[in-house]
Ligand binder design. Structure first.
Ligand code: ATP
Length: 254
């Protein structure tokens, strides 16, 4: 299958005053993949995402999203993408059902809260307020809000930070379902195990540069081919596996 780029970034530069946060990066995201931007704090991941989302001005370079230029077609791009809001964006006195109705109204889209909440396994929380949800439920709800306008691409900035192992795995399943239903997913994460498990391709960002871009398996195979060996013998399971095994992996959050 030929891979079609849905996002193209060429020589993107972002300076904040004298400080260069993004130093001429180029990459493509393919239609239908889960693409991960990985790297340490301050690498420039969020800045890059926000420029692609048309929420932040670039200094120079070219970015197209679904064939549209961020300079000329920002409004059209906004209609075709889904972006997670910061938690502060959710009115505290509305329940989930009311919040979804509000978003549908803003987008002018005719969807029922029930169908959106079902997609993210929050049907039984329809009458709960956002602030009363667990960390994993909050993330699932915020992903539901990104899907309201039937986006071609959704952007998830560190969606699993601070979640417990079960909630993380549930979120991975949800993100895979979204990809399998045809939506491209661009995600940032600090968790390398997550990127390895979830992402079809990853780009490592460091100090405003892309230092590598490939599939996780290819990256690992190439490293192993150089004769690299881990210092410690690799165990067949880890403590997280023990935790999941002891506590189960069903949808269950306190
Ligand atoms: P993190 O993983 O911590 O979110 P990141 O890779 O997303 O990091 P960015 O948030 O893109 O990194 O920040 C890149 C660099 O740009 C950092 O050094 C940050 O301090 C700086 N920066 C980000 N936003 C601004 C701003 N509005 N003004 C000045 N500097 C900024």
């Amino acid at each position: 299958m030929v891979k079609q780029p849905i996002i193209t970034v060429k020589n993107l530069v972002k300076n904040y005053g004298d400080f260069a946060a993004v130093k001429g990066i180029s990459f493509e995201v393919y239609d239908g993949e889960i693409f991960g931007l990985l790297g340490p704090n301050g690498a420039g991941k969020t800045t890059t995402l926000e420029i692609i989302e048309t929420l932040r001005e670039k200094t120079s370079g070219e970015v197209t999203v679904d064939g549209l230029s961020i300079e000329n077609d920002a409004d059209k791009i906004k209609q075709r993408i889904g972006v997670q809001l910061q938690a502060a964006g959710y009115y505290p006195n509305l329940n989930l059902s009311e919040l979804i109705k509000l978003f549908c109204g803003l987008y002018g889209i005719d969807k029922t809260p029930a169908e959106m909440l079902e997609k993210v396994a929050l049907t039984d929380k329809a009458k709960s307020k956002y602030k009363d949800l667990s960390g994993g439920q909050k993330q699932r709800f915020s992903i539901a809000t990104t899907l309201i306008n039937n986006p071609k691409i959704i952007f998830l900035d560190e969606p699993t930070t601070g979640l417990d192992p079960q909630a993380r795995r549930n979120l991975w399943d949800l993100i895979r379902e979204i990809r399998d239903s045809g939506t491209t997913v661009v995600i940032t994460t600090h968790y390398m195990d997550e990127a390895e498990e979830l992402c079809d391709r990853v780009a490592f960002v460091d100090g405003g540069h892309i230092v590598g871009i490939d599939t996780p398996n290819h990256f690992i195979d190439q490293l192993v081919a150089t004769g690299f060996e881990r210092k410690k013998q690799v165990k067949l399971a880890n403590l997280e596996d023990v935790f999941i095994n002891l506590t189960g992996k069903e949808w269950r959050e306190g």
